[in-house]
Design a binder for this molecule. Structure first.
Ligand code: SAH
Ligand code: SF4
Ligand code: F3S
Length: 470
């Protein structure tokens, strides 16, 4: 099997044409045209937006945080829950006035939600002020679509169903100068029964290992300190190819690159998390001792309805093994409450799993119906029951997180500094290897610097302390 590999340079013709347009704009107005982009959704979408920003800069646009002055306004959307989609519809509505006042503005929507047929057709019929719509698989055709949109004054919908390809060499405009996302694979083959992702992001495609290693190496030589490898299920890396590569091997190769940096990865599907992977995390010093292992439910009956393909017992065994070989492991997870037909007994199994494991962090989601997925036609449960369960689980998790974080009191942790805490210059913040937020009185450390903090206080969402040797 071979994945379709497309190079960004195949878009050169269109990039050059748009560059011509932005250059004429510069001559006429004494400044470059501007773009505004905003991301909804997960890290994969954040990473895609950085590529779109890179292409827009490459084509001669300048970035702005103020959409009122932008010539291209683009939103990258998420379809994972209904609430995410409602926010996007709110945003679409809020753009009517801008388009009326400045008809030449390009209003674009891309990402997972746009790949849903019913959404694209609703936008096409009812929201005529939206000029350009494209799905995640069309990102490599962005210059062509933008050029056609500007010059033909036509609306463009590039949302056809396709299995997806791998586009390499897109110029990336990264949001941070010391933290970076690197995709190792795209798409998902798992079809968990509640999830829309496999329908909108296509089948699994793994990037060639040499491309991943090349990207990580050049980031490290540019001074990046914290690299997160991305994929919907990184544990199936290269399963879609004929090669004998796997994710553990890729991690070892990256760990061997010279330099002072950290490697993280997400997400791992428990069904494919092997001992080899866990041993690799344990043995490689640059790999963060952090596993994000979504369990979704503690009930075997619900896990089976979810098509997760592991049991509660297998999950607990896996975690037991990980903790035995990585004593300072930080575990985080995702869970869904109120999945169709979930009974009190099923939910109590989830509660008991959370109690037993003691996750440092837990993303708790209320089940949201996604039309077209198998769970949408299962027996739905009452909204008020879902909310009551959600509150109960969050209360337990807050307690468990505080308990976990309290273990750091009196210990010294190495953190990567992120900068000031909001607008407060007297406090700074950073992250541990396990990705725990650490706040401390400002000590003059720079963002992207590693420093040591002695911890003296713990809450459920962060730990607090003082910089030492600084
Ligand atoms: N590929 C990742 C998850 C991506 S989606 C994985 O398998 O772990 C992120 C999280 O959103 C999921 O882990 C799940 O907990 C949640 N989620 C997905 N679909 C959902 C739905 N229909 N309703 C509520 N939560 C959902
Ligand atoms: Fe969705 Fe499951 Fe794929 Fe994760 S593994 S993206 S939850 S289908
Ligand atoms: Fe991510 Fe949302 Fe798409 S969670 S993969 S942006 S549906």
């Amino acid at each position: 099997m071979k994945n379709d590999l497309i190079l960004y340079s195949s878009q050169r013709e269109y990039c050059d044409k748009v560059r011509g347009i932005t250059y004429s704009y510069l001559l006429k107005n004494g400044k470059r045209p501007m773009y505004f982009t905003h991301t909804f959704g997960c890290q994969q979408n954040e990473s895609d937006t950085e590529k779109i920003n890179g292409m827009l800069s490459d084509m001669g646009y300048e970035k702005t945080e103020n959409r009122e002055e932008a010539d291209v306004i683009l939103y990258n959307t998420c379809a994972v829950r209904e609430h995410a989609e409602q926010r996007v519809f709110g945003t679409i509505g809020s753009l009517v006035g801008i388009k009326r006042e400045r008809p030449d503005v390009i209003v674009a929507f891309c990402g997972c939600m746009m790949q849903r047929e019913e959404i694209a057709s609703e936008l096409s019929k009812k929201y005529k002020h939206v000029d350009l719509v494209f799905g995640p698989q069309a990102i490599g055709r962005f210059p062509e679509n933008l050029y056609n949109c500007i010059t033909c004054h036509e609306r463009i919908f590039d949302v056809k169903k396709e299995k997806g390809s791998i586009v390499e060499d897109i110029p990336v405009q990264r949001a941070s100068s010391y933290k970076a996302w690197v995709s190792v694979m795209y798409g998902c083959n798992n079809f968990c029964s509640y999830c829309i992702v496999p329908y909108v992001r296509g089948r699994e495609r793994s990037r060639p290992p040499e491309k991943v290693i090349e990207e990580v190496s050049s980031l490290i030589s540019e001074g990046y300190k914290d690299i997160t490898l991305l994929g919907q299920n990184v544990n199936s890396y290269c399963n879609d190819t004929d090669s004998n590569w796997n994710f553990a091997k890729l991690l070892r190769m990256i760990n061997d690159i010279d330099g002072d940096f950290r490697i993280r990865f997400m997400t791992s599907h428990p069904k494919d998390a092997t001992k080899e992977l866990i041993d690799t995390v344990a043995e490689c010093p640059k790999i963060c001792k952090h596993l994000h292992l979504p369990f979704q439910s503690g009930s075997n009956r619900i896990l089976s309805l979810m098509n997760r393909r592991y049991t509660r017992e297998q999950y607990l065994d896996l975690i037991g093994y990980a903790r035995s070989v990585i004593p300072d492991l930080v575990l985080t997870s995702d869970v869904i409450v109120g999945f169709p037909s979930e009974t009190d007994d099923d939910f109590n199994e989830t509660v008991s799993l959370v109690d037993k494991v003691g996750f440092q962090g837990l993303y708790t989601f209320i089940y949201s119906v996604r039309s077209g997925t198998p769970a949408a036609s299962m027996l739905q449960i009452d909204e008020s029951v879902k909310h009551e369960r959600f509150d109960r689980l969050c209360a337990l998790q807050n307690f468990k997180a505080t308990q976990f974080n309290s273990n750091y009191i009196g210990k010294t942790v190495k953190i990567l500094v992120d900068g000031s805490m909001g607008n407060d210059n007297t406090l700074q913040t950073g992250r541990t290897d396990g990705n725990i937020i650490v706040n401390f009185p400002s000590c003059g450390a720079m963002p992207g610097e590693f420093i040591d903090i002695k911890i003296d206080m713990a809450l459920n969402w962060a730990i607090f302390g003082q910089a030492i040797n600084k």
